[in-house]
Structure formats: structure tokens, C-alpha cells
Design a protein around this ligand. Structure first.
Ligand code: BES
Ligand code: MN
Ligand code: ZN
Length: 495
């Protein structure tokens, strides 16, 4: 774990391996971002000229390293491009700049980050961006050839920071937990292990935790989770985590999709769609991470988390296309495609969440490839049975620094899910709008009168491209910060 601290802006004598400053791009020129003043003084006011000479443009994420030759105690200055509007309260720009700088500094021991941080929110952003960029998943690397994350990060600011660093640490540690879980090979993260991990994390955080095993799931009537899990030698689980606040007036339920590996089942996926399906538990991991963070931030709201966990595998015991299952609560579903498994496990858990009498249910799932077609790899789709709730969830995501966009649940899509034998089918005859169809399916299982939002994070949960800002390759920790923000918003403003 990274040590994080705050120090005031006299950086010349700071004993660190590198000092990070910001470079702003103006029209044809570059400038130093606020926060770099004392470093610039050590360079006789010539630092911008030195950077320009090295070809720095100030483009977002650009890294330029400058040796200090004793001008500072730190041997190098790392200039990170912050774009054209730095210092204008764009906290996401601060997070990304700090994250890009820390990624470039992997292997260093100690780093001071002197980006424009004039408010407590800025300090949180710089610290969180630095911690999130300072991530690498080394659990399966052997030998010494792999750069370790930076051990000590100092955020430079004279802001009245209050608990700004603590907040950054809480958020980053939960995101890190989710990234680690998503990155873990599925052979080492079976449903049992994911449930045990959730139980451990939940208990350590002071949450109350219950786990249903495969026997309890069958006896309890959880036909969705049991049905999806029945083809695997690794049996399914349903985890319930509860956080409560004595002065809470609202209860929010989070439901996460926890498919530890999605082969597609008998409706087998092609190989190039399968290799990233270890990320199909990203929703459940996000719910776990959010509950852990919420337990540490103690907002005045009750929050209950459900993790619907199974491994989707083909075998002689697997469910067959055309099987009919009975979801928790009694509705029947014809399973026409075993690869549309997420909605089956989510249906069980959404119905179960309704029994807690929540004022709001938010579910998070790597649910459809169609989410990637519609919104690309980085932007989550947000659907809801209430316009205000949808807007509030999208706004919460924006403030948390996560890309999300409102999507409709067109009524006419329900007809495509009509089954010839059961109450509903799990896939539609309609080819277009697959993300929305999945949302329309889930809506059928939301208890009457309960407000509900659905986040499809199929793309955002797992990053296959080159790292950028504070986002590494692999598990991203998507939706954790949004779920925390929603809980805090409900605590502050009700519903
Ligand atoms: N886990 C997948 C969705 C997914 C795709 C997540 C790509 C992340 C990246 C889900 O279980 C799935 O297979 N959905 C099917 C549904 C279809 C059969 C109606 C899909 O999107 O192809
Ligand atoms: Mn699937
Ligand atoms: Zn899936």
C-alpha cells in the first residue's frame, strides 16, 4: 500500500526521487501549471523554456522528464501535460495528470506531486489520481524485472485539506480491490473464492454478511443463479452485505453481476470474445468495493449489496438452450441462449433486493456486448424506470469522474422477449438495441413501486487498450466511485 501525505509548496529541499509538475498548452506556446512556482524558481524561471526546448506541448498525459543537476534535492522533474484548461477546477484533468505521471514513475521510491491543488477537492483528485495511476498487478509475475509501484506519494498543496487525503485513499483502495479481483485469473477466483473474499472484506469493514451456497440457492428458489451455475464444477453463491447508519432515512440496494468466467455455456462464445470474460464479475466486485468504501466514509444512509456469483460453463450438467428456469419470486424464464446468463443471475438478486424494502435499487453488470457497440469501450450505459433517478445516477457518475450516459428502455422492446412456453425469454427476436433489451428484461424483475437504475459496464470494467490517465490495462474498477457517490448523494439529499 502506498504511503500518502500532504506537504506545503516549498519543494526545493524535499527529499524525493521525482517532483511532478503540470504543463499547460496555450495556443502556440506552453506554460507551467500553478503549483510549479517553487520548482521554476529553482530553474531561474526558465523551466517552461527548458520544457519547450525538449519538445513539450502540454497535451494531456504527455510526459517530459528533466534532470535537475542539483537545482532541487529531487534528481528529476517530471512534467505532465494537463491540456489547455488546467487550474479551472477540472478535477478529472487533475486525476488524469497525476495518474499519468505516477504510471511514468513506476519503479521510483518516492514522488512529490505539485499540480494545481487549491481546494480540498483538488487535493482529493490529485491524490486519488496518483494512487490509481500507481497500480500494477504483479501477483503472477516472477523474477525482479517488473517495476514496483511508488512507495511514498506526497501531494503538494497549501489548501485546508481536511480529510481530503483520507477520502482519496478510501476510494483508491476500493478501486484497487476491484481491479485485483477482475485481474485474478478465473482458475483462482471461483465463485466460492469470490464469495469468501467478499465475506472477509465485508467482515473486516464491519458490514454484516450472509452467503448462500448452491444448496441454499436451490432450496431458496434462486433458479437464475442456480441454473447458470449448474454447468460448472465450481458452484454458485449469493452474497449479501449490509451497511447501516443509525440516522439513515433511506435504504439503497446495489446488485452486482458476478460471473467469475463467462464461456457462454452451451451457447459457447468464440475464442476472441472469451479471453476477457474473467472481467464478467466486475459488477459484483464494484458493489463489494463500494460497500467497503461506504463503510469507511459512513454516509447517513443504509446500503445493502448483493453479489450474484456463478461460473458459466458448458458441460453435461449445464443448462440447455430451451430449458425453463424459475427465478426467485416465481417468474419463469425460457433460456434460449445460455450466453445471456447475466440477466438470469441479476433477476434473482434484484427480486431478493426488493425484500429489503429499498427506496432505490441500482444494479451494475457487464451485461451486453451491445453496450460496447452503442457507447464504446469507456462509457457506461445508464437505464432506469424513473427519469429523475437516471439523471441523478448519470450526474453522480460525472462528479465521481466516471463516464456514463443516459439510455432509454423503449416499451416496444418487451414484445421481442415473449416466450412461447414461459413468462419471458432471455433473448429477443429483435436484433437491434441489445443493451436496451437486456435492461427491459431486468425491469420485469424490479418490484412494483421501487425506483431502479441499471448500469451496463461491459466495456468500462476492463481496459484492453493502452493505459491512459489513471487507467491501466485490465481491470479498471469501474462503477465503484459512482456507487459511492450515489450513496453520498442519497445521504445528503434523500430521494
Ligand atoms: N458477459 C457478456 C457481455 C459482455 C460482452 C461483457 C463483452 C463484456 C464484454 C454477456 O453475458 C453476454 O454474453 N451477452 C450476450 C447477450 C446476447 C446472447 C443476447 C452478448 O452481448 O452477446
Ligand atoms: Mn454471456
Ligand atoms: Zn456474461
Amino acid at each position: 500500500m502506498t504511503n500518502l501525505r500532504l506537504a506545503n509548496p516549498e519543494i526545493a529541499t524535499l527529499d524525493v526521487d521525482a517532483v511532478v509538475i503540470g504543463v499547460v498548452s496555450n495556443d502556440s506556446d506552453i506554460g507551467l501549471a500553478p503549483g510549479a512556482e517553487s520548482v521554476d524558481r529553482a530553474f531561474g524561471g526558465e523551466l517552461a523554456a527548458v520544457l519547450a526546448g525538449l519538445g513539450a506541448t502540454g497535451d494531456r498525459g504527455e510526459i517530459t522528464k528533466v534532470p535537475t543537476f542539483g537545482k532541487l534535492a529531487a534528481p528529476i522533474v517530471v512534467a505532465v501535460g494537463v491540456g489547455s484548461d488546467a487550474g479551472s477546477g477540472d478535477v478529472e484533468a487533475l486525476r488524469r495528470a497525476a495518474g499519468a505521471a505516477l504510471r511514468a514513475l513506476a519503479g521510483a521510491g518516492s514522488v512529490a506531486v505539485a499540480l494545481p491543488a487549491t481546494t480540498a477537492d483538488d487535493v482529493t483528485a490529485v491524490a486519488a489520481g496518483a494512487l490509481l495511476g500507481n497500480y500494477s498487478y504483479l501477483n503472477y509475475r516472477t523474477g525482479n524485472g517488473h517495476k514496483q509501484p511508488v512507495a511514498d506519494v506526497t501531494v503538494i498543496s497549501d489548501a485546508d485539506a481536511g480529510d481530503a487525503l483520507h477520502r482519496a485513499e478510501v476510494l483508491a483502495q476500493s478501486v484497487t480491490l476491484v481491479r485485483d479481483l477482475v485481474n485474478t485469473p478465473p482458475s483462482d477466483l471461483s465463485p466460492e473464492i469470490l464469495a469468501e473474499t467478499a465475506e472477509q472484506v465485508g467482515t473486516d469493514a464491519g458490514l454484516s454478511v450472509q452467503v448462500l451456497d448452491e444448496k441454499a440457492l436451490v432450496e431458496g428458489g434462486y433458479g437464475g443463479i442456480a441454473g447458470v451455475g449448474q454447468g460448472s464444477v465450481n458452484p454458485p453463491r449469493l452474497v449479501r452485505l449490509a451497511y447501516s447508519h443509525p440516522e439513515a432515512t433511506c435504504t439503497v440496494a446495489y446488485v452486482g453481476k458476478g460471473i467469475t468466467f463467462d464461456s457462454g455455456g452451451l451457447s459457447l462464445k468464440p475464442a476472441d470474445s472469451m479471453d476477457w470474460m474473467k472481467s464478467d464479475m466486475g459488477g459484483a466486485a464494484a458493489v463489494l468495493g463500494a460497500l467497503k468504501a461506504i463503510a469507511r466514509l459512513t454516509p447517513k444512509v443504509n446500503v445493502i449489496g448483493y453479489l450474484a456469483i456463478a461460473e458459466n460453463m458448458p458441460s453435461g450438467t449445464a443448462q440447455r438452450p430451451s430449458d425453463v428456469i424459475t427465478v426467485y419470486g416465481g417468474k419463469t424464464v425460457e433460456v434460449l441462449n445460455t450466453d445471456a446468463e447475466g440477466r438470469l443471475v441479476m433477476a434473482d438478486a434484484i427480486v431478493r433486493a426488493g425484500e429489503d424494502d429499498p427506496d432505490l435499487i441500482v444494479d451494475v453488470a457487464t451485461l451486453t456486448g451491445a453496450q460496447l457497440v452503442a457507447l464504446g469501450t469507456r462509457t457506461a450505459g445508464v437505464m432506469a424506470n424513473d427519469d429523475t433517478v437516471r439523471e441523478r445516477v448519470v450526474a453522480a457518475a460525472g462528479r465521481a469522474g466516471e463516464a456514463a450516459w443516459p439510455m432509454p428502455l423503449p416499451e416496444e422492446l418487451r414484445k421481442g422477449l415473449d416466450s412461447t412456453v414461459a413468462d419471458i425469454a432471455n433473448i429477443s427476436g429483435e436484433r437491434w438495441g441489445g443493451m436496451l433489451t437486456a435492461g427491459v428484461f431486468l425491469k420485469e424483475f424490479v418490484p412494483e413501486g421501487v425506483r431502479w437504475a441499471h448500469l451496463d459496464i461491459a466495456g468500462p470494467a476492463f481496459h484492453r487498450g493502452e493505459p491512459y490517465g489513471y487507467t491501466p490495462k485490465g481491470g479498471t474498477g469501474a462503477a465503484v466511485r459512482t456507487l459511492v457517490q450515489i450513496a453520498e448523494d442519497v445521504a445528503a439529499d434523500g430521494l
